[in-house]
Design a protein around this ligand. Structure first.
Ligand SMILES: Nc1ncnc2c1ncn2[C@@H]1O[C@H](COP(=O)(O)OP(=O)(O)OP(=O)(O)O)[C@@H](O)[C@H]1O
Length: 449
């Protein structure tokens, strides 16, 4: 804790400083109002004992000046005054001072004021730490998640960021693999270097080598100029190789060489150029079966896998769904209604967070009402429920019974969905289902709708 003692009289300052001395306390002194203002603004003391009567800028003027700097928080200020100027001291309290003491002061009273501030400072520090911990446990940069699985991912990001080993990120499409790769880069010593994402599945097999390693002029028909390639462009930074499960075999071989020797050889060149690049790769493919089927090199797999981070699908982390949904809505004035909340939690999320983001953002843009419904999200609660339980409820039944039950459950869900879409208009629902109105009415009666 920092305490500032302001008094123009040296012996008075000395006595107060002596009274206040203690473990963990830094005591600063100022012998005039000007200096007091400058120390308060530059050192941000936690507690100030301010003499009211001083030549030049007195205590009241110091307070006035501090309150005119509205950007700075006024610290806890205790006015020290003679018994003849209590009225002025009261004035000071009105202008923002916390308290006042009269001279000759009681030493124990002064010490108790300091202890009280010390206690407050400690509580504030604890609160700030808790707030940080809390914010930290729910996000890493733009990555949000409160589930146990995501908190584990956050710990892995923290540990892996500076490990300077390759990282292989696995997970279904839309689970946030690229976001994780970015955070690993942002939190590493390489953060001032480039972060280059390359979708290896999107580059044509004929161009991929030149894309990754570059080429020299004339290396092949159409190579009118030499090209650097992403490895050299990412020198000193991180290269994010996405969809590595779809990389052609000959590129796998050359990539392995770069990883083993840290040199690249541009297409058409004999020259080996050293590169310092950290590789983070990602895939949604089952690499083990690709290896078994000789589609992916085992030695390359081991090279890329240095550290493995496996992102769980969204349907396995229900706690994150509403947290993410609320975050995706944060720039809009819309809210989710109860049907939307139920549907979000029940949906199977085949497209993971990408699908959630897209559904929320499009509902927020398109919904005419302030409350977003399940229908605005394109999620009918009945079908979502069916989706979630799909097949699970039927496995224990004999096959023929299961087939009948499944068919009748599906019919019910399809009818409810069609009726919801047509806002209860039976003719329109029948049209969308491709059946006659009477037939739909009979089915509705049978199903008790
Ligand atoms: N935990 C998360 N918090 C916030 N946004 C997320 C999270 N996970 C994914 N997203 C968002 O979802 C979208 C898809 O994420 P990303 O591109 O990182 O997924 P991916 O696993 O790399 O997908 P793909 O395999 O299809 O390339 C992005 O808009 C991303 O910002």
């Amino acid at each position: 804790m920092i305490i500032l003692v302001v008094d123009d009289e040296r012996p008075a300052r000395y006595a107060l400083c002596k009274t206040l001395r203690g473990d963990g306390r830094t005591i600063l002194e100022a012998d005039n109002g000007e200096l007091a203002v400058s120390v308060i603004t530059s050192q941000s003391p936690d507690l100030v004992f301010l003499d009211l009567t001083m030549p030049g800028k007195d205590g009241l003027a110091v307070l006035d000046e501090l309150s005119s700097h509205s950007e700075n928080e006024i610290p806890e200020i205790v006015i020290v005054t003679g018994s003849d100027s209590i009225a002025n001291a009261v004035q000071c309290v009105r202008r923002g001072a916390t308290d006042f003491v009269t001279k000759p002061y009681d030493v124990e009273h002064i010490r108790s004021i300091a202890s009280r501030t010390e206690h407050r400072v400690r509580l504030q520090e604890q609160l700030a730490r808790l707030r940080d911990d809390c914010a930290n446990s729910h996000s890493r940069g733009p990555i949000i998640g409160a589930s146990r699985a995501m908190r584990h991912i956050f710990e892995q990001i923290d540990r892996a960021a500076n490990a300077n080993l390759p990282v292989l990120i696995r997970g279904e499409s839309g689970t946030g693999k690229e976001l994780v790769a970015q955070q690993l880069h942002e939190r590493s010593d390489r953060k001032n270097g480039p972060f280059l994402p390359v979708n290896t599945a999107a580059i044509s097999a004929t161009l991929i080598e030149s894309e990754l390693f570059g080429h020299v002029k004339g290396a092949f028909t159409g190579a009118e100029r030499s090209r650097e390639g992403v490895f050299r462009r990412a020198d000193g930074g991180t290269l994010f190789l996405d969809e590595i499960g779809d990389m052609p075999a000959e590129v796998q071989t050359r990539l392995l060489r770069v990883l083993q020797e840290s040199v690249v050889q541009p297409v058409g060149s004999e020259e080996s150029i050293p590169v310092d690049v950290r590789i983070i790769s990602a895939t949604h493919q089952d690499l083990e079966s690709a290896i078994e089927n000789k589609l992916f090199r085992l030695d390359l797999f081991y090279r890329l896998q240095g550290i493995e981070i496996a992102l769980p699908p969204l349907r396995q982390r229900h706690e994150d769904i509403l947290l993410l949904a609320t975050d995706f809505l944060s720039n809009s004035s819309r809210e989710l209604d109860r049907s939307a909340v139920a549907a979000l939690v029940a949906h199977h999320w085949p497209g993971n967070v990408r699908e959630l983001k897209q559904r929320i953002q499009s509902a927020a843009a398109m919904s005419p009402n302030p409350k977003i419904t399940a229908r605005d999200l394109g999620l009918c609660p009945e079908t979502s429920k069916l989706n979630e339980q799909l097949f699970n409820d039927y496995f224990d039944l004999p096959l023929t019974e299961a087939r009948e039950q499944l068919s009748s459950d599906f019919e019910r869900a399809a009818i409810i969905r069609a009726l919801e879409h047509s806002e209860g208009n039976v003719s329109a629902a029948a049209r969308s289902l491709g059946i006659h109105r009477q037939s739909l009415q009979q089915k509705m009666t049978k199903l008790g709708l």
